[in-house]
Design a protein. Structure first.
Length: 143
């Protein structure tokens, strides 16, 4: 394994990338997985732009479904960060895994932002314990 500028390389192929708040990887089932780290780092516009850069690299400029695991996250993105993430065009559908009511409230606010963009996408939150159900829903939205 080699780490270079937060990019993990295994066997000459790009599998995983990391910022101070999340890990990014392509799942072989055909979606991008973003797992928020269990820390309380600042999630501002700069961090959101870093997230989008990682997604663009892993997706290779191709739109695909996105699964976000925020179940262990303490991050509350700034309004500017939420707006930037909501307007990202390389998502065909989005599912967000949560563990608590406060997380679900944040997701509901974010979902409204996504639905108000020019090209809205399907978005839904699930409890972390329902991850397989969430993946089925995500993949059904991408057909």
């Amino acid at each position: 394994m080699v780490l270079f500028n937060n990019i993990y390389i295994f066997d000459d192929s790009l599998l995983q990338m990391k910022t101070k708040t999340a890990e990014f990887e392509y799942d072989e089932r055909g979606f991008l997985r973003v797992t928020f780290l269990e820390n309380n780092e600042t999630f501002d516009l700069e961090e959101a732009l870093e997230h989008l850069k990682m997604c663009d690299i892993i997706c290779n400029g191709k739109a695909m479904p996105v699964l976000i695991d925020a179940s262990k996250s303490f991050h509350v993105p700034t309004i500017e960060a939420k707006k930037e993430l909501a307007n990202f065009d390389l998502k065909t559908a989005e599912v967000i895994l949560v563990n608590s009511l406060p997380q679900r409230i944040i997701v509901n606010f974010y979902s409204k932002m996504v639905q108000h963009k020019k090209k809205p996408i399907p978005i839904k939150s699930f409890l972390k314990s329902k991850e397989e159900e969430a993946i089925k829903w995500l993949m059904s939205q991408s057909k």
